[in-house]
Design a protein around this ligand. Structure first.
Ligand code: ADP
Ligand code: MG
Length: 608
């Protein structure tokens, strides 16, 4: 019997390898653009025809290649970027495998023109299916241009698998976006079938985002800047109110390399969690700079994955960075309260207004809490909110706001005058607060609003360690199983900061010596048990997440429920405090807090 094993010719081996690296026109676009970046170009132009199937051309003004390199670059494993195994751990370039050009040349007709600055002339090489067909010297400006024609001309199966031109073009634009986004100091253009789709001028990241996604992004972005010894995170997140129903602009980069990382994505979603509606996704454009030795990019040429040495640390830093960015920005919209002179004001526009927003200067007693008055909780439910005394004494009213002779009329949360206030708040079904605002009728879900208000209050208290505590007359013992007791132990510092005074007497028993002032009469044991339950589900080593969890449980348990009567004053305070919150749109569980029936809508309804 004869031996049967043969070594495949290079052209066939390259064609097989090409199947992995170049799956569609967009893959070639990515490789060619990344080569131009690695060549130090300051201007990169991409031209495609028929979504890249007929033609892909990438022109750069980078370092160019010598005549020898120009021939060599089409060989497999030919690269100028690494030379030894250790280099794999200090990769600063986009490419390093030396596979891309060999792959592209195996399945297309490629024309390369390149010239180094120091050379008088450039060289033109034509390579078809891995075979050099022509080589000539040509006059040209320094830089490199690759023209790739008839991709997959010799692999009909692959060509037939391509999607519609529109779908392939979407992939091309996506790759163009990923490459150009993180390199705002470089100019880019994209021309498709003779039409210039993008012309991106060198600038900063914000300008680049606007160039790619539209000028309206100017007002939608919040800067993220976090530098630590091991990780630096820079970029932008989209404001919570710009969250979209589809996973839209979510761009993660590591050392400017686009990656998909579900775990780190979770860090961002989590940071936004109690601020955006449940079915919406936050947008972000973030670059994580790490020491190349702390990551492994060497997974697969087309995979957008990166392994981190210490991914938990990156998660924690990323989470904190996003929280900080959100916290530094007051997300709450300004609603004009009932000033029915300008009926055309659009609520959306109010939010986006670029004019500096001036806080109305209203003297408020910060210690005043309407919900402290005459509130009784039943033991079974904390938010019992059972009895309210009607507060109509104007004396108290004045106490709350001091002398309010100069009521701010324009912008901001103008407070109603006394006479007006009486009739301005209506409770619907003991569940919704209804009031008028400039643009129409504002309807607020009382439970969700209070949930949000208390949530932010508890978070702040934990941050400042300023929770007020009420001493228990008769300290209550609380016995748990070992597991629950250790969970409660984990949470002790945070619980202390909102006003719990707990003492652990042995492995399973705690004594409750004091409770948060807001509890006023509620059963602390039930609340603590609820907290342990929630912590069990969302257990996290991150202190910040623990805080969020505790604030959420407490706020949801103590907030006023639906079907609870409220007085005018309580309603007004609720609305005022809501719009003083960082986020007024959604409750910590992602549910919408309020809606506005605009005058236009009402008029439309009435005329239908
Ligand atoms: P890799 O990028 O992984 O090194 P490629 O096959 O993409 O492999 O490219 C091979 C080599 O060709 C590169 O290492 C580089 O030296 C050279 N090269 C490719 N494109 C360009 C370019 N636009 N300008 C200058 N040199 C280039
Ligand atoms: Mg490359």
């Amino acid at each position: 019997m004869l031996d049967v094993i043969k070594l495949l010719p290079d052209s066939v081996a390259n064609q097989i390898a090409a199947g992995e690296v170049i799956q569609r026109p967009a893959s070639a676009v990515k490789e060619l653009m990344e080569n131009a970046l690695d060549a130090g170009a300051t201007q990169i132009d991409l031209v495609v025809k028929d979504a890249g199937k007929a033609l892909i051309m990438v022109i750069d003004n980078g370092c160019g290649m010598s005549e020898t390199d120009a021939r060599l670059c089409f060989e497999r494993h030919a690269t100028s970027k690494i030379s030894k195994a250790e280099d794999l751990f200090s990769i600063r370039t986009m490419g390093f495998r030396g596979e891309a050009l060999a792959s592209i040349a195996a399945i297309a007709q490629v024309e390369l023109k390149t010239r180094r600055k120091e050379d008088e002339v450039g060289v033109k090489i034509i390579n078809e299916g891995s075979v050099v067909k022509d080589q000539t010297l040509i006059p040209m400006a320094p830089g490199t241009s690759f023209t790739v024609k008839n991709l997959f001309f010799n692999v009909p199966a692959r060509r037939n698998f391509l999607k519609s031109p529109a779908a392939e073009m979407r992939h091309v634009v996506e790759e163009f976006t990923r490459v150009s986004l993180m390199n705002p100091e470089i100019g880019f253009t994209l021309t498709s079938d003779g039409k210039e789709l993008y012309h991106l001028y060198p600038g900063n990241l914000k300008q680049r985002i606007m160039g790619l996604f539209g000028n309206s992004y100017d007002e939608k972005l919040l800067p993220v800047n976090q530098d630590t010894d091991s990780v630096c995170i820079h970029g932008y997140i989209m404001k919570a109110e710009c969250a979209k129903k589809t996973r839209g602009e979510q761009y993660f980069f590591v050392n400017k390399r686009f990656i998909k990382h579900p775990y780190l994505h979770h860090a961002i979603e989590n940071a936004f969690m109690e601020m955006i509606p449940q079915d919406s996704y936050p947008g972000y454009f973030l670059n994580i700079e790490v020491n190349p030795a702390d990551i492994d990019v060497n997974i697969h040429p087309t995979k957008t994955e990166v392994n981190f040495l210490d991914v938990k640390l990156v998660y924690a830093i990323l989470h904190a960075a996003v929280r900080k960015a959100i916290g530094q920005h007051n997300l709450s919209p300004m609603i004009d309260f009932d000033e029915p002179t300008n009926l055309n004001i659009d609520f959306g526009e109010v939010v986006k207004s670029t004019n500096p927003i001036i806080q109305p200067d209203i003297p408020i007693d910060p210690t005043y809490n309407p919900f402290h008055q005459k509130r009784e909780f039943s033991n079974s439910s904390f938010g019992g909110f059972q009895s309210f005394e009607k507060k109509s004494d104007p004396g108290d009213w004045r106490l709350l706001y001091g002398e309010r002779s100069d009521i701010q009329k324009d912008g901001g949360l103008a407070v109603q005058s006394e006479a007006e206030s009486k009739s301005h708040y209506v409770q619907l079904n003991q569940t919704y607060i209804v009031t008028t605002v400039k643009s129409g009728l504002l309807i607020v879900d009382q439970h969700r609003a209070h949930y949000r208000i208390l949530f932010e209050k508890f978070l702040k208290e934990m941050e400042n360690n300023s929770g007020h505590s009420q001493q228990e007359l008769f300290p209550q013992p609380m016995t748990l199983n070992v597991n629950d007791a250790s969970l409660l132990h984990d949470m002790l510092p945070e619980l202390q900061s909102v006003g719990f005074v707990l003492e652990q007497v042995n492995a399973t028993t705690f004594v409750i010596n004091g409770t948060p002032a807001d509890l006023s009469g509620g059963d602390p044991v039930t609340l603590l048990e609820k907290m342990i339950d929630n912590y069990k589900i969302n257990r996290s080593d991150l202190q910040l997440e623990r805080k969020l969890g505790i604030a959420k449980t407490m706020a949801s348990q103590l907030s006023v429920k639906a079907m609870t009567p409220l007085t005018d004053l309580e309603m007004q305070n609720m609305v005022d405090q809501l719009f003083g919150c960082t986020v007024a749109e959604v409750a910590p569980d992602g549910k919408k807090i309020y809606t506005i029936f605009t005058l236009e809508k009402i008029t439309e309804q009435l005329n239908n």
